[in-house]
Write a protein that binds this ligand. Structure first.
Ligand SMILES: Cc1ncc(COP(=O)(O)O)c(C=O)c1O
Ligand SMILES: N[C@@H](CCCC[NH3+])C(=O)O
Length: 463
């Protein structure tokens, strides 16, 4: 976006870097429905509400910082994905985005499957009653213990990520007298349009086995020979926070190309393909994400077309959305502690959390929105940087945002779209106590992950 497209005055136009420049919204109190969870609104006094409860009441009961998750929105998004893909496809929620036992139960109730990528996520899924057959285990370096536990539990699939792992999973399965269903994760050589740390289908990175140079075909050859494995198909995940479907289309085209090669070489038609997750969400009003139905239609069309051209039966498709389901359903509520105006630059608004509850801004230069939540205001827009309380100048929650100029200590701020990769990537940096996740529905609020306490810190500190 060019600066000249938004002649919004010298005060902030000069300090924002190219690409970070947006003029102040016409109404600072407005809540863009693309960015906020579905039941979020403002009550007659101007306070932000979710699930019928206002933030002052929520802050009073649960403290700040805290993540508030709109359970109805979460469930509605699960249903939207499931309906969009229909009965001949499977939706696996990517647990890395955010996982708790309540979430596992919601997924189970809504008929979704679950992708886990560690022993901890697997244990959470199993302990909350997700049937093992509906779990997929991922990871580029799964331990022997993780694989053994997954095979023993009977997970529906293990997505193998390397030549060593093909053999490792086969040996473990054989030792346990089982035949483990697997998919092979391939890298299709797509440069996804996203931050380099979250793009995963170009060849020069740690995930998957490259299609290039025949490596993926060789992986299939080896897997088909092993008695301990039932090769279900091929998996591709091109990256995360992606808006345009063209990368998925190229991936589908190349994955079906491999299935064709396998059929020609081995006379075997592999019955499944997984096209991964990665669909983007709106963090700010500038983002324009696709609806699940649109994505499902585009992916189906390409797979059907490619299979028809190759003379292959259409395999069962699965997808693994994480962020697109949970991301928009939660906001983080903070209390303002200090407001520091730097004349000619901007105003630093410090809140009671920071990079320990949202590392994404520091890690990916992620953009977020923010709203004054405890009240509305008619004050002029003030160019602000919302920062945390950590000993780190990169401890930024919202890099460039407009808040009302009367924002003051004691006000509550809400940062939307923090449902994905915020609590799940939260840390104890500076011995911060990780915030709770509170599910809100129909006027009821329920802690699903409690706030950490100093006792939790001391429990690990055994010296
Ligand atoms: C294999 C795999 N599947 C699914 C996901 C979920 O991605 P997202 O949350 O962007 O949908 C990821 C993370 O990027 C992943 O690595
Ligand atoms: N953690 C990343 C996404 C990577 C997900 C796993 N491959 C994020 O916050 O955007």
């Amino acid at each position: 976006m060019s600066r000249s497209a938004h002649p919004a005055g010298p005060r902030y136009a000069d300090v924002l870097p190219e690409g970070h420049y947006s003029p102040p919204p016409a109404d600072l109190n407005a809540l863009d429905p693309r960015v906020w969870a579905r039941t979020v609104g403002r009550d007659e006094r101007g306070a932000l509400t979710v699930g019928g409860l206002d933030v002052a009441t929520l802050a009073e009961e649960f403290g700040t910082p805290a993540y508030f998750l709109d359970e109805d929105d979460f469930r509605a998004r699960c249903r939207a994905w499931k309906e969009a893909f229909g009965d001949d496809a499977d939706v696996f929620y990517a647990g890395k985005a955010f996982l708790s036992r309540a979430v596992v139960r919601w997924l189970h109730e809504e008929g979704l499957n679950l992708d886990v990528c560690s022993g901890g996520e697997l244990a959470t899924a199993l302990s909350a009653g997700m049937p093992a057959a509906r779990i997929a285990l991922h990871g580029n370096n799964k331990s022997t213990e993780e694989i053994t536990r997954a095979v023993e539990a009977g997970v529906g699939r293990i997505v193998v990520d390397s030549f060593q792992e093909i053999v490792r999973v086969a040996h473990i399965a054989e030792r346990l007298g089982k035949r483990q269903p697997v998919q092979i994760r391939v890298t299709v050589g797509v440069e996804a349009h996203t931050h380099e740390f979250i793009a995963t289908a170009h060849e020069d990175q740690k995930f998957g086995i490259p299609l290039a140079g025949g490596q993926a075909a060789e992986a299939v050859r080896r897997a088909l020979k092993l008695d301990g494995l039932e090769l279900l198909g091929v998996h591709s995940h091109i990256g995360s926070q992606i808006f345009d479907t063209s990368g998925f289309e190229v991936a589908a085209h190349r994955v079906v190309g491999l299935l064709r090669q396998v059929r020609d070489e081995h006379g075997v038609e592999l019955p499944e393909i997984d096209l991964g997750g990665g669909l983007g969400i709106a963090y700010t009003s500038d983002d324009d994400p696709r609806e699940p139905r649109e994505i499902a239609t585009a992916l189906r069309e390409i797979v059907h077309r490619e299979c028809a051209a190759a003379g292959l039966a259409v395999p069962r498709i699965s997808v693994e959305p994480g962020r697109a389901i949970v991301g928009p359903t939660a906001f983080t509520l903070y209390e303002v502690g200090t407001v520091k105006e730097l004349p000619g630059l901007r105003t630093y608004v410090s809140v009671d959390g920071g990079m320990s509850d949202n590392i994404r801004t520091a890690l990916y230069d992620a953009q977020y929105s923010v709203a004054l939540a405890s009240r509305t205001s008619t004050a002029a827009p003030m160019l602000s940087r919302v920062v945390g309380k950590h000993c780190e100048s990169g401890d930024i929650v919202v890099k460039d945002a407009f808040l009302p100029a009367d924002t003051a200590p004691g006000d509550l701020l809400a940062v939307p779209a923090t449902g994905a990769y915020c609590r799940s990537m939260a840390s104890n940096y500076n011995h911060a106590l990780r915030p709770p996740v509170v599910a809100v529905r129909d006027g009821q609020a329920r802690v699903i992950v409690r706030r950490e306490t100093e006792e939790d810190l001391f429990r690990l500190d055994v010296g």
